[in-house]
Write a protein that binds this ligand. Structure first.
Ligand code: MRU
Length: 346
């Protein structure tokens, strides 16, 4: 099932807010609808929002009419609106930068050719992501023992990348390779990406899994029930600190305390070489209603004060290794690690 695809001059998105109750697509015919879909998590997961934003940029060229300012200004405005939807995952800004660079190389062509080039550019980012996911799966599978109890977090599967996934891609690769694995899936409050999306994807792939509430992870470690943790990332900075779904830091501390390996799986587009340490990563704050409610039902009074950071930052010393398409890496990171191992980042 495609999580996004271009159809009839618009972007179709599998609406992830409706899963697993309904598998329905929403259609974006304007780039502002793509921006709203990203903000409202109809499409989510760091690589997937980057690719959706790239298609949103291509869609802006389709939306452009002669009454607007110049195409260049219109695209710059679209890129800014798309970029501001979610501040933590660097893949979003990365994909938009690639699209803006592409525009610079074709801007003197006719409008139809520019539109075609931008659409091809977005399709290329999608194809690249699929390839990178395959490599991440193969590389990461090496750290998974023949028999293992795994723990992952949030959702890092096909739904999060539009390919085969990062951390969940490693897990499914290991399963397909015949390893006897079982996966613990914390539900991932407040929006339940673990319960609604990861458990659903694992079940569809026939991978044995057990759903837990987030506060049960400590119990599992104390009982010796977890051999290995693999998570995804929204931004990894030069010293190896990384942002991921709120709650990841606590899992890393637990893994460290119980001497269990803790791996991060992510493509090159998740690395931000412009920041030195995790404290510099902007953390998205989301609406209080997400915490005051559970799947739309109130669980606390309207007036209760709420804190809702969508991500936390895990320090590098808690990470055993970074599973990427260029191999299993150790910090400090710079661009060369990908250019040397993979050729150009794209
Ligand atoms: O708020 P979300 O659902 O977009 O958060 C997603 C995560 O935190 C994922 O773990 C991360 O993006 C890695 S996706 C391969």
């Amino acid at each position: 099932m495609d999580i996004l695809r271009w159809e009839n001059n618009g972007l179709l998105l599998l609406d992830q807010t409706r899963l697993p109750d309904a598998a329905e697509y929403c259609r974006c015919g304007h780039y502002r609808q793509v921006a709203r879909a990203i903000k409202e998590l109809q499409v989510r997961g760091a690589p997937a929002i980057g690719i959706a934003a790239a298609f949103g940029y291509a869609l802006a060229a389709v939306n452009f009419t002669a009454e607007d300012r110049s195409l260049e200004q219109f695209l710059a405005q679209a890129a800014q609106e798309l970029r501001e939807t979610r501040p933590t995952a660097i893949n979003l800004a990365w994909a938009l930068d690639r699209m803006a660079e592409l525009y610079q190389t074709v801007k003197h062509a006719g409008l139809d050719q520019v539109r075609e080039a931008l659409l091809n550019g977005a399709e290329r980012l999608l194809a690249d992501q699929k390839e990178q996911d395959q490599r991440i799966g193969a590389v990461g599978s090496q750290v998974v023992p023949e028999r293992a109890e795994l723990l992952t977090y949030c959702n890092t599967g096909a739904l999060a990348t539009a390919g085969t996934g990062t951390a969940l891609g490693v897990i499914s690769y290991a399963h397909r390779a015949g390893k006897q694995i079982h996966v613990y899936v914390p539900e991932t409050r407040p929006l339940l990406q673990g319960a609604r999306l990861t458990a659903w994807e694992l079940e569809q792939a026939g991978i044995p899994c057990t759903l837990i509430t987030d506060n049960m992870a400590g119990y599992l470690f104390a009982q010796g029930l977890v051999d290995l943790v693999i998570v995804g990332a929204d931004r990894i900075v030069t010293n190896g600190d990384f942002a991921n779904k709120i709650g990841t830091y606590g899992l890393a501390v637990l893994a460290d305390h119980h001497h269990r390996p803790f791996f991060v799986a992510a493509p090159a587009s998740t690395f931000d070489f412009s920041l030195r340490a995790g404290g510099e990563i902007p953390v998205e704050m989301r609406a209080p209603e997400e915490v005051r409610t559970f799947r739309g039902h109130p669980v606390a009074g309207d007036g209760i004060r709420v804190l809702n950071p969508s991500f936390d930052v895990t320090p590098h010393h808690l990470v055993s290794g970074y599973i990427t398409e260029a191999g299993i890496l150790q910090p400090p990171f710079d661009e060369r690690v990908f250019t040397e191992n993979m050729g150009e980042r794209s």
